[in-house]
Design a protein around this ligand. Structure first.
Ligand code: GRF
Length: 209
């Protein structure tokens, strides 16, 4: 059984979706850089080991990342899931987990990398919006996209409402992609995602119009 760690900084609704999905793999630890992250409570309620490593106690990003890396090794983790983890990771850390680390981002990548995606989508008048599960590479929000949840922006959507709708999609697609990993349906070979034995050319789409 594949051993998974989830890295969090906040509410952890994606963590909850992963817990509720009863994956074929095991979430062996939840690591937060914030001691008051509600995600830690969710983990404890589910009987999952937790660790808090506060970035502000470390002199550099690299030393902080090394402490996280050591915790992941202690948990004997096979795969790392970023679920609302709000720190940029050092290249060394990312390289150490390349092909074994996923993130979810609240936009249809490659559009709207970075922050405030919902407002930026509204400002641009886009028709479609959503979220993307992607492998993590050193360049921010730029690793290969595996799956996208897509919705249509409504005339009455504001940024909060859009965030809520996108979250609903996140909770659908993230457990699905992690389950593919757990079942051995999704691999990463030399920078390329292999899905069910074939190179993945485009992300798998889940539409909710
Ligand atoms: C999500 O919007 C996700 O796309 C982004 O951070 C947020 C995490 O939310 N990476 P939660 O902590 O899982 O509720």
């Amino acid at each position: 059984m594949i051993r998974i760690a989830v890295l969090v900084s906040g509410s952890g609704s994606n963590l909850q979706a992963l817990i509720d999905a009863q994956l074929s793999g095991q979430i062996v630890g939840v690591l937060s850089n914030k001691p008051d992250a509600y995600a830690l409570t969710r983990a404890k309620n589910a009987g999952i080991d937790t660790a808090v490593i506060e970035h502000k106690h470390f002199p550099t990003r690299e030393v902080f990342d090394q402490a996280m890396h050591q915790q992941l090794l202690d948990w004997q983790v096979d795969f790392v899931i970023l679920a609302g983890f709000m720190r940029i990771l050092s290249e060394k850390f990312v390289r150490a987990w390349e092909g074994k680390m996923l993130n979810i981002h609240p936009s249809l990548l490659p559009f709207y990398k970075g922050m405030h995606t919902h407002q930026r989508v509204l400002n641009s008048g886009d028709v479609f919006h959503g979220c993307t599960v992607h492998y993590v590479t050193p360049e921010l929000d730029a690793g290969q996209a595996i799956a996208q949840g897509i919705l249509k922006v409504g005339p009455h959507d504001d940024a909060n409402h859009l965030a809520h709708r996108v979250h609903g999609l996140e909770h659908l697609i993230y457990p699905q992609v992690v389950e593919w990993i757990c079942r051995g349906d999704l691999h990463y070979v030399q920078g390329q995602a292999i899905f069910k034995g074939q190179p993945l050319t485009d992300p798998v789409q889940f539409c909710k119009f």
